[in-house]
Design a protein around this ligand. Structure first.
Ligand code: FES
Length: 144
């Protein structure tokens, strides 16, 4: 598995600001493909959409207990009348809303006991072509 370690991005100290970590450049991310980033020891799955929005959810798949979600299939699904971007687990094909992290389709399975079926999410900003992830809550275990 490829994990993007956070590397200093030129000029990013100016744009990141407190609570934001520069992860990579937008052009490092292929549209509609996931990439894993290691942020303070936490694996985050980043997904760049066709419209260049970038979304971040936990890399850990609660249904198989493995860090695989960046390898999932990116798609979309109609939720309450709106099209939402989704990622489907490469393991058992559960479908998650990339914006809210909510599990939309359990594919007939339950999460591993003790794990939440929904994914944690992180705020993402793209500033001057640099992808910044809001990391204030990293390590607190709380949902942002
Ligand atoms: S070990 Fe990383 S995706 Fe399988």
């Amino acid at each position: 598995m490829t994990v993007l370690d956070t590397v200093p991005v030129e000029g990013s100290a100016d744009i990141a600001g407190p609570g934001w970590t520069a992860v990579c450049r937008l052009i490092d991310l292929a549209p509609e493909r996931g990439a894993a980033a290691l942020l303070d020891g936490t694996q985050v799955a980043l997904v760049r959409l066709l419209d260049d929005r970038v979304l971040a959810v936990q890399q850990h798949d609660p249904f198989c207990d493995a860090h695989v979600l960046s390898r999932g299939i990116v798609g979309s699904r109609l939720v309450d009348g709106s099209d939402v971007p989704t990622i489907a687990s490469p393991m058992y094909k559960q479908v998650f809303d990339l914006v809210t992290g909510r599990c939309l389709d359990r594919a007939g399975k339950d999460p591993v006991p003790g794990l939440d079926p929904d994914l944690r999410t992180w705020p993402v900003r793209v500033v001057d072509g640099t992808v910044l992830v809001g990391t204030d809550l990293l390590g607190t275990g709380g949902a942002p």
